[in-house]
Design a protein around this ligand. Structure first.
Ligand SMILES: [Zn+2]
Length: 502
């Protein structure tokens, strides 16, 4: 640590942050204590995520009726903003037994006509998807959900999708990696990006008080160390080293150049680990030595994650100011259930003060192949001293799981106890202050030869989640990926369970 604190940098950073956010945002950065107390939750939430193009392809009435009648859905998490145009390609023309490919699914952006006044403070103010200009999901879908007694939630999904970079201003807010290269991830410390994210919450909630019943925000991204360790959830780039992050690092007393040097060394080391060229003292010892030599590596990783948590807190505080009674929550990516490293830094206890509910990706069918690939990745990085079959028993102990060997979980999926375990862990971690909605795997795509969903799997996962005390469930991931028999099995099961626990 250098302690080369530069007052001018601090003034500059505060200046740009307040200029970008406005005084109201700066005030909203702190979540008032008890912000969630006014929230009114629906009992026994059964949710589902629906892509924008489904409404035009399948028809709004038809899709809502199917979801309500077959799957017992009472809460529609409707993509109001979707950064991912690619999920259509995973099913391609081979949709399951419902739906027609409608226009769209090709570009990212907002799927409602937002008022530009909410984006006056940011250059990121043009992002209306061109896919289907005739469709405004809030105007067109929300009233039809409402007359059916279903809640319409805005669902704002913000991964580091390369498609986002085509919108004006996004390259300007991109994270800069350790080698000075621009990435496809937007930087949470860039004031324009923060103002854009907060603007979307306002533009969704404020003008649509009678139609939008709640809001879910999601972003499947991780800090530089988790990205280096990798796995299926890593985004590209050891980042961020932009001028805003550098200034913030300096304010924390972290020597930016030392952090950069540590990450370069770690990057080189992981390349060696991936080739399994064992250092004299082994892989884990070498990894620890780099952390000891460059403690700035962990400090920079924490800087990224703290910034991410700050954004979550600002979003929550903003939503609670506009609509204190409406639930605001987060999608939690599945890596929180896989990675001991990511789980350490994305601590449920910290999320508890900034959310009314959490939808947790704990997909047990696709989770088998996914977890098996993650164990392999650990054996190419931090735990390269071991082979996947050797690491797996220790890894399961570390994570509290009782699961089969990697080859078996790949073929058979994870035992439903995995869903129960994560439900309990999240409920305990958040101290009962947050509603927990596990995502139930209904045909989450997996590879050829990997586990695929059956109706029995859905029944077992629902029983595991609700048996472990979940406050509701969300069919996952996307409605257009699901076979109706699987969805109907889930619908029947929740009906049976909720009839016993009205
Ligand atoms: Zn940055």
């Amino acid at each position: 640590m250098t302690g080369d604190f530069d007052r001018r940098d601090m003034v500059k950073l505060f200046g740009v942050l307040s200029a970008g956010l406005g005084a109201a945002d700066a005030a909203a950065a702190q979540v008032p204590s008890g912000a969630g107390a006014a929230t009114i939750h629906r009992k026994n939430v059964v949710g589902v995520q629906v892509k924008p193009w489904v409404w035009t392809g399948e028809g709004i009435d038809s899709a809502l009726d199917t979801l309500q009648q077959k799957a017992n859905v009472n809460t529609v998490f409707c993509y109001t903003f979707d950064g991912d145009p690619n999920r259509i390609s995973q099913v391609g023309a081979n949709l399951p037994d419902h739906g027609v490919l409608g226009p769209g699914g090709r570009t990212s952006g907002a799927f409602f006509d937002y008022d530009p006044k909410y984006f006056r403070d940011t250059s990121l103010n043009q992002f209306r998807s061109h896919d289907d200009p005739g469709l405004d999901v809030i105007r067109d879908v929300a009233p039809k959900a409402k007359v059916r007694g279903m809640d319409f939630f805005g669902w704002d999904y913000n991964n580091a999708f390369p498609s986002m970079m085509r919108w004006p201003g996004y390259t300007k807010v991109a994270e800069i990696d350790v080698y000075g290269k621009s990435t496809t991830s937007a930087c949470f410390n860039h004031p324009d990006y923060r103002a854009h994210l907060l603007g979307k919450v306002r533009a969704t909630l404020e003008p649509h008080a009678d139609l939008v019943a709640g809001f879910m925000w999601g972003c499947e991204r991780m800090g530089p160390l988790d990205n280096l360790i990798g796995g299926i959830f890593a985004t590209s780039g050891i980042s961020c080293f932009c001028s805003f992050c550098a200034a913030k690092g300096k304010m924390r007393g972290i020597a930016v150049e030392r952090a950069r040097a540590g990450y370069v060394k770690l990057d080189q080391y992981f390349r060696i680990a991936a080739r399994h060229e064992r250092p004299a003292d082994g892989f884990f010892v070498s990894f620890m030595r780099i952390l000891l030599e460059y403690p700035e590596v962990l400090a920079w990783h924490a800087l990224w994650t703290d910034s991410y948590h700050e954004v979550r807190a600002q979003l929550y505080a903003t939503a609670k100011t506009i609509a204190p009674q409406k639930p605001f929550g987060f999608h939690m990516m599945q890596n929180i259930t896989f990675s001991p490293f990511y789980s350490a830094i994305d601590d449920y206890a910290k999320v508890a003060a900034t959310a009314d509910f959490l939808k947790i990706a704990c997909y047990n069918n696709a989770g088998g192949p996914r977890m098996s690939r993650f164990i392999e990745q650990l054996c190419n990085t931090v735990f390269a001293d071991a082979a996947p079959d050797e690491l797996a028993p220790v890894y399961y102990k570390m994570m509290g799981y009782e699961q089969d060997a990697p080859a078996k979980i790949r073929a058979n999926g994870l035992d439903p106890s995995y869903v129960a375990h994560e439900t309990r862990r999240a409920a305990t971690g958040t101290g009962g202050k947050v509603k927990i909605y596990p995502g139930i795997d209904v045909d989450v795509p997996s590879g050829a030869g990997d586990k695929h969903t059956t109706p029995g799997d859905v029944r077992a996962a629902v029983k595991a989640a609700l048996g472990a005390g979940a406050d509701g469930i969300v069919w996952a991931r996307e409605y257009h990926e699901m076979w109706l028999a699987n969805l109907a099995a889930g619908g029947e099961t929740v009906r049976e369970i909720f009839a016993q626990k009205p």
